[in-house]
Design a protein around this ligand. Sequence first.
Ligand code: GRF
Length: 215
Amino acid sequence: MKNIVILISGRGSNMEALIAARDAGQLPVNIAAVISNRPQAQGLETAARAGIPTQYIDHKSFAGREEFDAALADCIDTFAPDLVVLAGFMRILTDAFVNHYAGRLMNIHPSLLPSFPGLHTHQRALEEGVRIHGCTVHFVTPTLDHGPVIIQAAVPVLDGDDESSLAARILRQEHQIYPQAVRWFAEGRLQLVDGRVRLAAELSDGAALVSPQLA
Ligand code: GRF
């Protein structure tokens, strides 16, 4: 079974969705640890209640980004993860960190990338007047909120929406697509071809079959 480490900074509702999927038998992974850069992150308590080892590494105790990322990677690697899952981890990561986890670092972003990278995505979507908004799970590359898209979910932007109603509609989708993306990874079905993600077919017994165009 694949080992995953989840990184959070706050509430941790996406982390909770992953734990719930695992508990429901829909996500065949071992959640080896949940690590936060904020000692007070609410999600750390949730993870501990679920019996998952937790750690925090306070980014404020480090001289710079490089030092923090190196300490974070050291901590992560003690759990020997197959996959590192960024779930509301609100730090810009150094190239060295991202390259160390190339192909095994996933993020969820609350927009339909490549639209609206960065912060305040829902407010910006409302200001632009877009009619469709959503969320994206992607493999992480050194460019912020960029990388091969694994799965996206779209929702309508309704008349009368404000930032919080739109955020809530999208968060419900985030909680569906993140467990789905991690499940595909755990099943060995995510293939990177020419910088894009291809989903390998699934045999009826659950084993993965690499699709012909990937052979
Ligand atoms: C989510 O909207 C996620 O897409 C973004 O940060 C938020 C984290 O929420 N990266 P939570 O901590 O998972 O509840």
